[in-house]
Design a protein around this ligand. Structure first.
Ligand SMILES: C=Cc1c2[nH]c(c1C)Cc1[nH]c(c(CCC(=O)O)c1C)Cc1[nH]c(c(C)c1CCC(=O)O)Cc1[nH]c(c(C)c1C=C)C2
Length: 608
């Protein structure tokens, strides 16, 4: 599709984080050269996913004289980011096991762009403009078929009037209810479900069942009941406090009797105060980043829907790995951590399952919080605060090479709402039309259709057949070459073969693909069971994070040298991980640079 893809942009000034590093490195270097020769300070980063890698990179850039070690339990770094080429009918198809695209929007998107630029990866970007069909067309499964969601005001109006699937006519009474319902200024720890029920009334439940649940499946692989409104849609919770309701937020303030200034809402309301402070701080960070990146890049990002790289998202983690190794970070792979012990003089001792033991001045954990809790045994209060609910997703990549391209709707993919629960025997959350969403990753465009089916999340509960079958196999991945009569690879477990053919049947049914078309095609499938891959921020998440910050800051567990980063705490997207790892690396480097040896928890941003 020539003209639709925009590949990279070069040039421009260095990033906010890059620029900041230079200043601080100079300051720190001059201090250390005047000081007597001391032992190098040692920092351990635990976990080699995107957060741990970003942390190691930003630390080694700013603290080049420190001794930095990265520990990864597996043989490969990258965490959930995993791009792989699979062979289908003689061609190679790039498939993603985890995140498959990156949104450049808002503050976390700017932080990501800054990182991409600092790694020299801009030229490798495959960007999808907002005008591309995959950016505009999103589908939802309802009434047994895949339905295009309205993508303009006019089509939304028409869809409501005609009550087309997913039957959004209930939006009218829901909005009336919102307009009439005064704000609950004291509302605190509320789930997404409770917030929308309160604001939208009984009609709101239909909207959740038929549409909103699908959107949250596509991001969190979780149910609206299990997610907290302030963590997920903080801006809506704040809009209610400021404007008195959701529809009122779109009204001119002079006609809105519920409108309150920030001073008014924050006077007796600590929650509102916190939310406003966070919004202000993020606004400042955003302006700084925009200035660093330059107008041309910011404008370019505004017109971009998503981007990836020619060889997939893993290009990013590969580039970081290469960079940190070159700069002297030691990566320890394939030996999981057995225990972290406190030792005198505020040192932490890391014990590996293989028997190695090492002492560090600081430990930055980018491990999933539940894994950290398992190795941090002797502090029950902290272990309790670290426990996080998670979602498990089975990711099934399909690469289909057919004589003619398969007829798949031109768009991003479709999502499945919770209204489907009784008939959804597969536990399907959604399907991504990868070859349409990010074209340009194959050598022979056109002949290969790539689709990814996502199963699980809230549908995977104990007693759910597909889940029980997969769980009995444990975490893992299996590749299959499917032949016409379902005679699959012998070394692939029976459960995986059955599930794959069941999934393909469902896909054909949902999209109306005749089975004969598939019979003439070469199909390669890759199934990965991603156990506990997405943290679920429930309605108590923010309070728990504040408590965790307080305990780390004031009770000095493990010698007070622990910092927490990663998706378990401060945002689940790749961009959030990059933003928060970079922010925290800056705090750590500033502190190390001045020799203050202060406690940096990594949760400062949530706990202001
Ligand atoms: C392994 C599966 C994942 C599911 N969600 C995520 C992963 C890694 C995380 C995630 N997905 C999206 C976001 C929003 C912010 C962002 O950075 O884009 C996050 C944090 C949105 C999203 N979901 C899917 C895609 C292709 C995208 C990005 C592009 C876009 O929004 O246009 C597909 C998808 N992901 C999951 C499901 C169930 C699903 C369904 C089609 C779970």
């Amino acid at each position: 599709m020539p003209g639709l893809l925009r590949v990279g942009r070069g040039g421009g000034s260095s990033s906010l984080f890059g620029e900041g590093f230079k200043l601080s490195v100079r300051r720190y270097a001059s201090q250390s050269s005047a000081a007597p020769v001391k032992e190098r300070r040692r920092i351990a980063v635990l976990g080699g996913g995107i957060s741990g890698l970003t942390m190691a990179l930003q630390l080694v850039r700013r603290l080049p004289t420190h001794d930095i070690h990265l520990y990864e339990a597996k043989k490969r770094v990258g965490g959930w980011v995993e791009s792989e080429k699979i062979k289908v009918g003689g061609d190679l198809a790039l498939v993603e096991g985890g995140p498959r695209s990156i949104r450049p929007a808002s503050l976390p998107g700017l932080a990501m762009m800054s990182l991409v630029r600092s790694l020299g990866l801009e030229e490798r970007m495959l960007s999808i403009p907002k005008t591309h069909p995959s950016a505009k067309n999103r589908y939802i499964f309802h009434s047994g078929k895949v339905n295009l969601l309205p993508n303009s005001l006019a089509s939304a109006f028409l869809a409501v009037l005609t009550n087309r699937p997913p039957r959004l006519r209930s939006i009218i009474p829901a909005l009336v209810h919102d307009f009439r319902t005064p704000p609950d200024l004291g509302a605190g720890a509320e789930s997404v479900e409770d917030f929308f029920r309160r604001r939208l009334g009984p009609a709101g439940l239909k909207i959740i069942d038929n549409a909103m649940s699908a959107v949250l499946h596509g991001i969190y692989a979780a149910d609206t009941k299990d997610l907290g409104i302030r963590s997920i849609f903080g801006f809506l919770a704040l809009a209610e406090k400021r404007h008195g309701g959701l529809i009122r937020a779109a009204m001119p303030t002079r006609w809105n009797r519920f409108y309150r200034t920030d001073e008014e809402i924050s006077k007796d309301n600590a929650t509102a105060r916190e939310m406003i402070a966070k919004e202000k701080q993020e606004g400042i960070e955003q302006l700084e980043l925009e200035e660093q990146l330059g107008k041309a890049t910011v404008n370019y990002m505004k017109t971009t829907s998503i981007f990836s790289f020619k060889e997939g998202i893993q290009e990013l983690t590969n580039a970081i790995e290469e960079d940190i190794v070159q700069r002297g970070v030691t990566i320890h792979r394939g030996d999981p951590i057995k225990e972290i012990r406190a030792s005198p003089q505020r040192l932490a001792e890391i014990v590996l399952q293989g028997g190695d033991e090492c002492k560090f001045d600081r430990v930055v954990s980018a491990m999933p919080s539940n894994d950290l809790a398992a190795v941090w045994k002797d502090d029950p209060a902290l272990v309790h605060l670290l426990k996080t609910d998670t979602s498990t997703v089975a990711v099934l990549n399909l690469a289909i090479r057919s004589p003619n391209p398969l007829r798949v709707p031109d768009g991003f993919g479709y999502l499945v709402p919770r209204a489907s629960v009784d008939t959804n025997t597969l536990g399907l959350l959604g399907v991504v039309f990868d070859s349409a969403a990010v074209p340009g990753q194959e050598s022979s465009e056109g002949n290969i259709t790539k689709l990814t089916m996502m199963l699980g999340g809230p549908f995977f509960r104990k007693g759910f057949t597909v889940f029980d079958q997969l769980q009995s196999l444990g975490p893992g991945s299996w590749g299959l070459a499917l032949k016409t009569k379902g005679n699959d690879d012998d070394d692939v477990p029976q459960q995986v073969q059955e599930l794959t053919s069941m999934a393909i049947d469902t896909l054909c049914q949902n999209l109306g693909i005749p089975k004969e078309v598939l019979a003439q095609s070469a199909i390669k499938a890759k199934l990965r069971l991603q156990v506990d891959c997405i943290p679920r921020y429930d309605r108590h998440h923010l309070e728990r994070m504040k408590e965790l910050h307080h305990v780390l800051k004031h009770q000095e567990p493990k010698g007070g040298c622990l910092t927490l980063i990663g998706a378990s705490y401060t945002g689940i997207s790749v961009n959030d991980c990059v933003l928060n790892a970079s922010r925290t690396a800056n705090l750590l480097a500033d502190d190390e640079g001045t020799g203050a040896r202060g406690i940096i928890t990594g949760l400062e941003h949530l706990a202001q």
